[in-house]
Design a protein around this ligand. Structure first.
Ligand code: BGC
Length: 349
């Protein structure tokens, strides 16, 4: 079968190649891949900066945001042929640690977890893959064309859950949310904020794209220009760019008792000169919390599917700005067109 592979840590080693059929030992459920979303992590892997092949294998099959259709499932499992599913990215570590033991692998304590298409486990960007039923999430047929967005949404469902848990340390009635970055992560953060009835402000460096219209049609406010002038009193900030200066700026902007969730993975190597003492003073005197959030467990995937079902499907379709057949995978990894939000590769073979 065809699969999109890389040799991790070897830049530009990405290829669409024939690989062997998925191993039975990976699980009794056989899934036919329909679409796979591409994200910043895939770009980092393709650039040779991230990623790890499965043990005893040189290549890694890419892809961790996928929707697929079940071809085979054990008769006793809750899944049946024809059902749509998303594969959960992270698998618990084998020890297991105290979090993985209870299904909270997104908070793995020892770092020995594996991640499909990222760390030590083949991804979903192949014609077929195999998995165990517990690491597959049923997806409604209504989400067939947008199911590749479930994974990104699950990451934000976790971020929102943790924001709310931190918020419950005192009486707290947040009203304003600032989201920096209107890429797929920012869009899904905004969707979940609007669904909570909050006033959502989305900041993006440029406005030359479908982003302003997409944000406004959600019922949120789109901003560009100087970050300082917009929403200086947000109760919640979800930082989705990972850009150092932006990360620093939002930490200073959040309201009293406010919470900043860092959801954007930065590339390494940029140095910033910052007045850390003043920042610390503000954080302490304002009871602020800054925390990072990554990945998602089964509960978050379920929330994500529910949230997408509540959303306007046509809006979700517009967040997917490019759909390419798998044969055109190269275009997906070339320079991204201006205004691109989410590129999806379709397996229409
Ligand atoms: C994925 C997460 C993953 C993270 C780090 C992100 O792109 O969405 O599920 O944990 O990369 O590998």
């Amino acid at each position: 079968m065809l699969a999109l592979t890389v040799t991790p840590r070897v830049p530009k080693s990405i290829r669409l190649v024939e690989v062997s059929e998925p191993l039975k030992e990976n699980g009794p459920v056989l899934v036919k891949t329909l679409s796979v979303g591409i994200c910043g992590t895939d770009f980092e892997i393709v650039d040779g900066k991230y990623g790890e092949a499965p043990p005893h294998q040189r290549h890694l099959i890419l892809g961790h945001e996928a929707i697929g259709e079940i071809l085979e499932a054990p008769s006793k499992s809750p899944l049946s042929p024809g059902d749509l599913v998303t594969g959960i990215v992270r698998h618990p570590d084998p020890v297991p640690c105290s979090n993985c033991e209870v299904g909270e692998w997104d908070m793995c304590q020892n770092g020995l977890y594996t991640e499909h298409g990222i760390k030590g486990r083949d991804g979903f960007c192949s014609e077929r893959y195999r998995c165990t039923p517990d690491l597959l999430i049923p997806v409604s047929p209504k989400l067939r064309r947008v199911g590749a967005l479930v994974e990104t949404t699950s990451v934000l469902a976790k971020a929102w859950e943790h924001i709310e848990r931190i918020g419950s340390r005192a009486r707290w009635k947040p009203s304003k949310v600032l989201i920096t970055g209107a890429g797929p992560v920012g869009m899904m953060a905004a969707l979940l904020g609007v669904q909570r009835g909050l006033e959502v402000h989305v900041y993006n460096r440029s406005s030359n794209s479908p982003k302003p219209e997409l944000v406004q049609s959600l019922g949120a406010y789109f901003h560009t220009g100087s970050l300082q002038d917009i929403c200086p009193d947000a109760d919640i900030v979800i930082e989705c760019t990972g850009v150092g200066q932006m990360v620093f700026d939002v930490m200073k902007m959040v309201a009293l008792n406010g919470i900043v969730c860092l959801a954007g993975v930065s590339s390494r190597g940029r140095k910033l000169e910052i007045d850390f003492q003043s920042l610390n003073r503000t954080l302490v005197l304002d009871n602020n919390v800054i925390f990072g959030s990554v990945n998602a467990n089964r509960r978050h995937y379920k929330f994500a599917v529910e949230a997408l079902l509540k959303a306007d499907i046509e809006w979700l379709e517009r967040v997917i700005t490019r759909r390419l057949p798998i044969s055109q995978w190269q275009a997906a990894f070339d320079e991204r067109p201006l205004g691109d939000i989410k590129t999806v590769l379709d397996f229409l073979l």
